[in-house]
Design a protein around this ligand. Structure first.
Ligand SMILES: [Zn+2]
Length: 349
C-alpha cells in the first residue's frame, strides 16, 4: 500500500503529538468504566447514596487496586450512584468531552444494563440518558457516538434474553450487542442462542475473547456467535491458523494496552504484542476499555504504548485507519474519516 506521507520524516520526538492529534475512533470503552472519583462523589451527594469512601482522595487511592476483586468492589460502588436518567447522561457526557479532546471522531460505547436493572434502575432510564448524551455529542462536540449493549457473561443466557427483551423497545438507540465481564470459565458458546436472536434482529455483534481466555474462545466467538469484531483478542497470537483467519477476514481486534498492563495480561508495556498483530496484517486498534480505572483515556493508551514499544509513524497511521475501518459507521462516513486520517499524516510536517 502506498503511504500518503513519508514516515521517515516524522522524528520520534514528535510521535506523541502525532498520536494525540490524529483523528481516531474508539471501539472498546465501557461507559461505566469512565466514572471518575469526582463524579462518583457528586452523584452520591445529589442522590443521597452513601458509598464506603470518606473523600474523593480516599476513593482515588482505592483506584490503585491490586486484583480483580478490589477492582470490582470499586466498580460496583461507583455504579451504585447511578440512579436517574440525568446521572447516565452526565457520565456519558464527561467521557464524550474527553473523547473530543483526544480527537476521537467516532466512538462506540459499551454499556452494561444488567449492572443497573439488577439494582432496580429501568432500562429506559439507562438507555435514554446515554442516548441523549450521544445526540448532544454530535451537535456540540462533533463526535459521532453510538451505543453497544453488553451482556454480562458471568450471568446466565436466560438473564441475557431478559435483558434483550427489556431493551427491544429502544432498539433504535443502540447498534449492537457485546459480551463482557469475567471471561475464563464463560466461553462464548454459553450465549449462542441469544446472539443468534440478536443476529436475526439485525444487530451488530461483538464479544470479548482472548483477553485472558484461550484462542479457542476467539474461534467460537467467530464461528458460533458469528461476531464481526473481537474485543481484546491478544491471545490469538498463540494460534497461527487463527491469526491467518483474522487477517484474511479482516476481523478487527479492539486492543486495550493499559488495561492489559493493569490486569497483568502482559508483564510490562514493552512486551505488548500490538506491533506483532499489526505486522501480521491484523486490523488491530487501540482503545481505553475502562479508562477511569486503568490509567488513561485513548490518547494515553497510544502515547504510553508507542513510547514503550517503539512503534513507528506508519503503525500510527495504520491504527488510525483501522479504527475507522473497524467501526460500524456507514461506508460514506468511514470514507470521509479515512481521508481525514491521510490528510492529517500528509500535513504533519
Ligand atoms: Zn472491555
Amino acid at each position: 500500500m502506498s503511504l500518503p506521507f513519508n514516515p521517515a520524516a516524522i522524528f520520534a520526538d514528535r510521535m506523541p503529538e502525532l498520536l494525540r492529534t490524529m483523528p481516531k475512533a474508539e471501539l472498546h470503552m465501557h461507559i461505566e468504566g469512565s466514572l471518575e472519583p469526582e463524579l462518583i462523589f457528586a452523584l452520591a451527594q445529589r442522590n443521597g447514596v452513601s458509598i464506603p469512601y470518606a473523600s474523593v482522595e480516599e476513593l482515588r487511592s482505592a483506584y490503585a487496586f491490586t486484583n480483580l476483586q478490589s477492582f470490582l468492589d470499586i466498580y460496583y460502588a461507583g455504579a451504585s450512584v447511578l440512579l436517574t436518567e440525568q446521572d447516565f447522561y452526565d457520565m456519558a457526557w464527561a467521557y464524550l468531552q474527553r473523547a473530543a479532546a483526544d480527537h476521537v471522531l467516532r466512538t462506540e460505547m459499551f454499556f452494561d444494563p444488567q449492572t443497573h436493572t439488577e439494582r432496580g434502575v429501568s432500562m429506559q432510564t439507562v438507555v435514554q440518558g446515554l442516548h441523549r448524551a450521544c445526540v448532544d455529542a454530535k451537535a456540540q462536540l462533533g463526535v459521532d457516538a453510538a451505543l453497544i449493549l453488553c451482556f454480562l457473561r458471568h450471568l446466565s443466557e436466560e438473564s441475557a434474553f431478559e435483558t434483550l427483551e427489556q431493551a427491544l423497545p429502544f432498539r433504535d438507540l443502540f447498534i449492537g450487542v457485546g459480551l463482557d465481564s469475567s471471561e475464563v470459565g464463560h466461553p462464548p458458546e454459553k450465549f449462542a442462542r441469544v446472539f443468534a436472536r440478536c443476529r436475526e434482529l439485525g444487530l451488530h455483534l461483538v464479544a470479548h475473547a482472548g483477553e485472558e481466555g484461550p484462542p479457542a474462545y476467539v474461534w467460537s466467538a467467530l464461528d458460533v456467535l458469528k461476531v464481526e469484531r473481537i474485543d481484546h483478542g491478544v491471545q490469538s497470537i498463540k494460534d497461527a491458523a487463527l491469526m491467518k483467519r483474522l487477517a484474511a477476514d479482516r476481523i478487527p481486534l479492539t486492543v486495550c494496552p493499559l488495561s492489559n498492563l493493569k490486569l497483568c495480561v502482559f508483564p510490562d508495556l514493552a512486551q505488548h504484542n500490538l506491533g506483532q498483530l499489526l505486522d501480521a496484517g491484523l486490523v488491530a486498534t487501540v482503545n481505553s476499555d475502562d479508562p477511569a480505572y486503568f490509567g488513561g483515556y485513548v490518547n494515553e493508551n497510544f502515547t504510553q504504548t508507542f513510547a514503550a514499544t517503539g512503534l513507528s509513524a506508519q503503525h500510527a497511521w495504520q491504527l488510525a485507519r483501522n479504527s475507522f475501518e473497524g467501526s460500524f459507521a456507514s461506508a460514506d462516513a468511514r470514507r470521509v474519516w479515512l481521508d481525514k486520517v491521510d490528510a492529517h499524516f500528509a500535513g504533519f510536517v
